[in-house]
Ligand binder design. Structure first.
Ligand code: MRU
Length: 347
């Protein structure tokens, strides 16, 4: 079983997260001790990827509870409420963030009659459990999804839905890892993923670490490779799936899905149930984060666009359900997702 890199870890009463902004040039953990700092880590993309953001938010709540461990109940309640608010405001699109916060709030509700230190302990236990559960779910998705990939498949992916985007193993890259573990020869084509370069910096790095063959392309090369018969399947992760099966994921995913359909290539979405939001009717209602113009006008210290140019920087787009061949979930593969077969996952 492959032991993947740990995007988040608990060390000496603190949360440590790999600084994904500086990978692969530098591999370093940053340390967090309260909710405001964790929220800033999420907002600034130290940690990113829907399940990893959820885990970080859960630890953010737990850390704040530990900070307030000796406080009187009133102060604890006010402080912890504020922690939930600041974490919920960190990024809008990935529903796993809100899912994890809801789980933490439910635990708090269930033990609110206990003494403050005991509540803090339970919240930390729950944060650990959310992370451990994420790895189990990713492994289950991997086992289901691996069956969809033929030996020798060349699989294109967009963004990073790997170990770095989760508590371990990954969702889309988890399927690839699981297929490799059962002996399939899989090669990966990683879209660079402008503007934050999750594909070039993170997916390519993860695959190189594990010696899974990977070829990096810029986003605008995908159609060309597909037209030449060089892509057998597409697998991506997701930040939120609406009740009708529309899929929000990293900007550029929609373009890949349209191209895949044009070329008759299956388009798979690795999707834990925690990423499905039944309260959102269709993809049009999913909030799409707009990020800073500087991410588009340049990268780090290098600015290449004209000063003063107007910029759009939506961080996600929505792929209509009709373009999705299947959702790969921990409960199994849902072919041609639609309202009824998605709702059935929750029964
Ligand atoms: O902006 P990011 O890097 O957080 O976006 C990440 C993605 O779009 C991933 O594909 C998605 O969160 C799934 S991660 C398993």
């Amino acid at each position: 079983m492959t032991q993947t890199v740990q995007a988040l870890r608990w060390r000496d009463g603190r949360l440590e997260m790999i600084d994904q902004r500086v990978l692969p040039a530098r591999f370093e953990y940053l340390s967090y001790s309260n909710a405001v700092a964790v929220a800033q880590g999420i907002r600034s993309m130290v940690v990113r990827g829907a399940p990893a953001i959820g885990c970080a938010a859960a630890y953010g709540v737990a850390l704040e509870a530990l900070v307030l461990r000796s406080a009187p109940l009133g102060e604890f309640t006010v402080g912890l409420d504020a922690a939930f608010k600041v974490l919920a405001a960190s990024r809008p699109t990935a529903v796993n963030l809100f899912w994890a916060l809801n789980r933490m709030r439910a635990v708090w509700g269930a033990c609110s009659h206990e003494a403050v230190p005991a509540i803090a302990d339970r919240l930390l236990e729950q944060a650990h459990e959310i992370s451990a559960e994420d790895v189990r779910i990713n492994r289950a998705m991997g086992a289901h999804g691996a069956a969809l990939l033929a030996d020798g498949a060349r699989v294109l992916t967009h963004c990073n839905a790997g170990a770095l985007a989760t508590a371990g193993h990954g969702t889309a890259l988890g399927v690839i890892r699981s297929a490799v573990e059962v002996g399939k020869r899989i090669s990966v084509i990683a879209d660079e993923t402008r503007p934050f370069l999750q594909g070039a910096r993170l997916t390519a790095w993860e695959m190189v670490q594990e010696k899974i063959p990977v070829t990096l392309i810029t986003d605008n090369m995908a159609g060309h490779l597909m037209s030449r018969g060089e892509v057998d399947a597409v697998i991506v992760g997701t930040d939120r799936v609406a009740a009708n099966g529309d899929v929000a994921n990293k900007i550029g995913t929609y373009m890949v899905a349209v191209l895949a359909q044009r070329h008759g290539i299956p388009f798979y979405v690795a999707c834990p149930l925690s990423t499905i939001d039944l309260s959102v009717d269709d993809g049009g209602a999913i909030p799409i984060e707009e990020r800073a113009a500087e991410e588009v006008t340049g990268f780090r210290d290098c600015q290449w666009a004209a000063q003063g140019v107007q910029v759009r920087n939506p961080a996600f787009d929505v792929t209509p359900a009709e373009l999705v061949t299947a959702l790969i979930t921990e409960k199994g593969v849902v072919m041609q997702p639609h309202r009824a077969n998605i709702a059935a996952l929750f029964t």
